[in-house]
Design a protein. Structure first.
Length: 108
C-alpha cells in the first residue's frame, strides 16, 4: 500500500500537481494500492512541524501491522530541504521496515 507525500510552500501548485500525478502513475504502473495523498502547504511545507507528514506516518504505522506499506515521494527532497531533517524522516520511515520510493530516478 502506497502512501504519497509532498509539500509545496508556494501558492502556485502546478509543479506539485505534476509531482503528485507522477507518483500516482508510478503506483498504478507498479500495481500498488494507494492509501491516499498527504500534502503540507504554505508555511507548513517549510517548517519542521508538518501536520500532513505526521498524519501520513501515523497512518503508515497503523496499517503496517496488516500489510506491506511504503512512502512514495517524487524525490528525497520532498521530505525536507534540510539534510539533517530529511535523514531523520527517512530513518523514521525505514525503521518501520518500509521503503521510501522515488518514481523518477536521477543520477546521484
Amino acid at each position: 500500500m502506497a502512501f504519497v507525500y509532498d509539500r509545496c510552500a508556494t501558492r502556485r501548485h502546478h509543479h506539485l500537481d505534476m509531482r503528485l500525478a507522477g507518483c500516482h502513475r508510478y503506483a498504478v504502473r507498479m500495481d500498488w494500492v494507494l492509501a491516499g495523498r498527504w500534502t503540507d502547504l504554505g508555511s507548513h511545507a517549510l517548517s519542521t512541524t508538518r501536520p500532513q507528514l505526521a498524519a501520513l506516518l501515523e497512518a503508515m504505522r497503523a496499517e503496517s501491522g496488516r500489510r506491506e506499506v511504503l512512502c512514495l515521494v517524487h524525490n528525497w527532497g520532498r521530505l525536507a530541504s534540510d539534510p539533517v531533517q530529511r535523514l531523520a524522516t527517512e530513518t523514521s520511515i525505514l525503521r518501520m521496515m518500509h521503503v521510501s520510493e522515488c518514481p523518477f530516478l536521477s543520477a546521484r
